[in-house]
Design a protein around this ligand. Structure first.
Ligand code: ADQ
Length: 465
C-alpha cells in the first residue's frame, strides 16, 4: 500500500489529538495504518517563511510543521484565504477584500510549501491536500516534476459559475485546481457548480459523469459528504459531566426546554438571523415565557478581519436587546457564550437540549448538525432544525429544513420542533441517526481514498485514460 501524505493548512497535533474533532482523528488513524506524512503550517505567528520546517517522526508517521512569517499570516491566511476565498466561496462577493499583496503571498506561500514538501515525497506516495488555503499546491508540485496521484478535498462550498466568474483570479484558480487528479466536494451542488464552470469557461471535455480531460490530463470531480466519528461522539454524550448535569437538572425542575446552537463566530453561520428567529418565537408565543431558553455557543475566530469584528458587535447588541425585552428576574431567554467549549461538555449539552438550531446562510457541510443527531437519546430524541443551505441538508432530509433568511419560518419551525409528538421525533431521529452513523468520518475517508487510488495519475506526459 502506498504511503499517504496529508497536507492541511495547520498540521495536526498527532500526539495528544484528543481535543480535535473526528476528522483529524480519522485522518490520523489512516496515516498510522498506512504510514506517511502530515504536512502543514506549525501554528506559530512569528516564524520565517521558507525556513527549515520542524520534522518529527512518530511511529511510521512523519509530522512536518512549516513556519510562516507574521506578514504572510496576515496576507496569505487572513488575507487571501479568509478575506478573498472564504467570502467568495460562501457566495459573499460583497465581503471580498481583494488586494495584490494578499494574492502575491498566497501563491508564494503555496510554492514554498510545495518546495518544502517535495523533498520528503517518494514516487509512489498518494497525496491528499485539504481546503481552500492550498488550491495552488498541486500545480506547484507538478511544476517541480511531481507525478504522484494528488487529491483535493474542499471543506467549504464551491460557488455557482456566474458568481465565481465575477471573482478576481478565477481562471488562475481553476487552472490550478485542474492539476489535481481528484477534486472532492461536500455536495452535488458544489460538484455541479464546478462542472458548469468547466463546460462554459474552459476547454475541458467531459467524459461520462464525472471525468474531465484537459490538456491530456484526466481529472475526476465527485461528491464525498464528510461525516463525524458518530460512535465516539454518542458515547461522549452519555459520559457524565457534573456541571452540565446540574444545569440540565435545573432546567428540568423548572420545566424549561432548551434550544442549542454551536458555531464558530462566522458571518456564514447565520447567527443574527437565528437570534432574531428566537426573539420572534418568544414574541409570538407568550406561553413559552420561562418555558424555553436558547443557548448559543460561538467561539471567536479570525478577529483581525473586519467582517468578523462586525458580526460580533451585531450579535452582542441583538442578544442584549432580546434579553432586555423578554427576560425576567428568574429567566434569561438567550444565553450567549462567546468562546470555545470542550467537546466533552458540548456532547452532553446537545443530548440535554430539545432542539438543535443549525441555520448557516451557506456551509460546506456543518458537522454540528451531525453531532447533535449522534448525541440524542434514541427513545426520547430532540429535533434538528436545519438550514437548506447547509451541505448537510442534502443528506439530513428528515430534519426540519428551513430558509435561514426567513425569520418567521424559522420561528414557526422552532415552535413545531418544541411541540412535536414523541412518535414523530423518534421516526425522524432514527432515519437521521442511521445516516450519521453509516456515513461517518471513516467511510468518508475510505470512499475518497478508494477513488483517488483509481484516479488518472498525475503525469502531464501520459495520455488520458
Ligand atoms: P467549520 O466552518 O468550522 O468547518 P463545522 O462543520 O460546524 O464548521 O465544524 C465545526 C466543528 O467545531 C464541530 O466539530 C463543532 O462541534 C466544533 N465547534 C464549533 N463551534 C464550537 C465552539 N464554540 N466550541 C467548541 N467547539 C466548537 C468547515 C466547513 C464546514 C465543514 C467542516 C468539515 O465550514 O462546512 O462541515 O469544515 O469539513
Amino acid at each position: 500500500m502506498s504511503r499517504l501524505v496529508i497536507v492541511s493548512n495547520r498540521v495536526a497535533d498527532l500526539k495528544t489529538g484528543t481535543q480535535s474533532g473526528g476528522l483529524a482523528v480519522a485522518l490520523a488513524d489512516a496515516l498510522k495504518e498506512r504510514g506517511g506524512i502530515w504536512f502543514g503550517w506549525d501554528g506559530a505567528d512569528d516564524g520565517v517563511t521558507g525556513a527549515a520546517p520542524q520534522v518529527e517522526t512518530i511511529g511510521n508517521v512523519v509530522r512536518i510543521a512549516a513556519p510562516l512569517s507574521a506578514e504572510d499570516l496576515a496576507n496569505y491566511y487572513l488575507g487571501y484565504a479568509n478575506s478573498v476565498l472564504w467570502p467568495m466561496f460562501h457566495y459573499r462577493l460583497d465581503l471580498v477584500d481583494y488586494r495584490p499583496e494578499f494574492s502575491e503571498s498566497y501563491w508564494r506561500v503555496n510554492e514554498t510549501f510545495a518546495r518544502q514538501l517535495n523533498g520528503f515525497l517518494r514516487p509512489d506516495d498518494i497525496v491528499w491536500i485539504h481546503d481552500y488555503h492550498l488550491i495552488p499546491l498541486a500545480s506547484c508540485l507538478r511544476t517541480m516534476g511531481c507525478k504522484q496521484k494528488i487529491g483535493f478535498f474542499l471543506h467549504i462550498p464551491f460557488p455557482p459559475s456566474d458568481l465565481f466568474s465575477a471573482a478576481p483570479e478565477h481562471t488562475r484558480l481553476v487552472e490550478a485546481l485542474l492539476q489535481f487528479d481528484l477534486i472532492g466536494f461536500q455536495t452535488q451542488t458544489d460538484v455541479n457548480n464546478l462542472k458548469h464552470y468547466l463546460t462554459e469557461s474552459t476547454g475541458a471535455v467531459q467524459h461520462g459523469d464525472n471525468e474531465f480531460v484537459v490538456d491530456g490530463r484526466s481529472v475526476l470531480i465527485d461528491r464525498f459528504p464528510i461525516g463525524i466519528d458518530a460512535a465516539s461522539f454518542a458515547e461522549m454524550a452519555t459520559d457524565s459531566n457534573d456541571e452540565v448535569e446540574m444545569d440540565l437538572m435545573r432546567l428540568k425542575v423548572l420545566g424549561r426546554r432548551q434550544i442549542i446552537g454551536v458555531d464558530r463566530l462566522d458571518y456564514s453561520k447565520g447567527l443574527p438571523e437565528r437570534f432574531k428567529a428566537f426573539g420572534r418565537l418568544v414574541e409570538q408565543h407568550p406561553e413559552l415565557s420561562k418555558k424555553v431558553s436558547f443557548l448559543q455557543v460561538a467561539s471567536p475566530t479570525r478577529e483581525a478581519v473586519d467582517a468578523y469584528a462586525d458580526i460580533r458587535t451585531e450579535l452582542e447588541t441583538l442578544a442584549g436587546s432580546i434579553n432586555g425585552k423578554f427576560a425576567d428576574f428568574n429567566w434569561t431567554p438567550l444565553r450567549y457564550i462567546n468562546r470555545a467549549v470542550a467537546r466533552e461538555i458540548l456532547a452532553p449539552l446537545f443530548r440535554g437540549s430539545q432542539v438543535g438550531f443549525v441555520t448557516p446562510l451557506r456551509d460546506g457541510m456543518n458537522l454540528v448538525a451531525k453531532e447533535y443527531i449522534a448525541a440524542q437519546r434514541p427513545n426520547d430524541p430532540g429535533v434538528l432544525v436545519l438550514s437548506q443551505f447547509a451541505g448537510a441538508a442534502e443528506e439530513l432530509t428528515e430534519a426540519l429544513i428551513v430558509n435561514p433568511y426567513d425569520i418567521d419560518e424559522m420561528a414557526r419551525q422552532l415552535h413545531r420542533a418544541l411541540v412535536m409528538p414523541l412518535e414523530e421525533r423518534r421516526e425522524r431521529h432514527s432515519a437521521l441517526r442511521r445516516k450519521v452513523f453509516q456515513d461517518d468520518a471513516r467511510s468518508w475517508l475510505n470512499n475518497f481514498m478508494a477513488v483517488l487510488e483509481q484516479a488518472g495519475g498525475g503525469s502531464n506526459d501520459e495520455p488520458a485514460r
